[in-house]
Ligand binder design. Structure first.
Ligand SMILES: Cc1cc2nc3c(=O)[nH]c(=O)nc-3n(C[C@H](O)[C@H](O)[C@H](O)COP(=O)(O)O)c2cc1C
Length: 175
């Protein structure tokens, strides 16, 4: 069987990230709390795992403060951002910042911080955490979820987009 040119070598991080960027995703903020402090980070590694029981997963960088808080607290919220919430995607991706500073949020029945006005929200208990290279693969059991009619923020090839009508996708900005 002939080897296809350009597909045989193990990729470096940049090449891998760029290729994965073709796989279009939504954008979420993973939020939790630890010792009374809210934590949150932007994530697009969200995947549905199981319908019965309802499970999802997110892959969280081992260096992330939010990952440490999620694993310690044992619960987290997935806030799926709308097309109007790009500023939240930017805010929660800035390394080292107090992401919740001066930001209004609500508390779930479990006392976890959640962002109002999202396209969907999943309230989760940590079901399992697996090693995944430089990330933790965190499986969450969905305790409650809700959705709104708002259109989602979309991430494709390293840029934010919003879904347009009649095939007119709108590039919001270059990241
Ligand atoms: C669009 C987008 C998607 C991201 N997805 C992830 C992800 O799935 N997992 C992850 O660990 N980091 C992801 N990041 C990077 C984190 O948001 C970033 O490292 C953040 O500053 C971590 O914050 P923390 O250290 O306060 O938890 C993403 C960033 C962007 C802009």
């Amino acid at each position: 069987m002939p080897t296809e040119a350009g597909l045989a070598e193990a990729p470096g991080p940049r090449v891998f990230r760029d290729a994965m960027g073709v796989f279009t995703t939504g954008v979420a903020v993973i939020s939790t709390e630890l010792d009374g402090q809210p934590h949150g980070m932007t994530a697009n590694s969200l995947t549905s795992v199981s319908l019965d029981p309802p499970l999802l997963l997110v892959c969280l960088d081992r260096r992330s403060r939010t990952a440490a808080a999620v694993l310690s607290t044992g619960g987290f919220v997935v806030n799926v951002l709308t097309r109007r919430q790009r500023h939240l995607a930017d805010r929660f991706a800035r390394p080292g910042r107090a992401h919740f500073a001066d930001l209004p949020f609500v508390l779930t029945p479990d006392g976890l911080p959640a962002l109002p006005g999202c396209a969907a929200r999943f309230e989760c208990a940590v079901d399992a955490a697996h090693p995944g290279g430089d990330h933790h693969i965190v499986v969450g059991r969905v305790l409650a979820c809700r959705r709104s009619p708002e259109s989602p923020l979309v991430f494709y090839r390293g840029r934010y987009h919003r879904l347009g009508g009649a095939g007119h996708d709108d590039v919001l900005a270059v990241s």
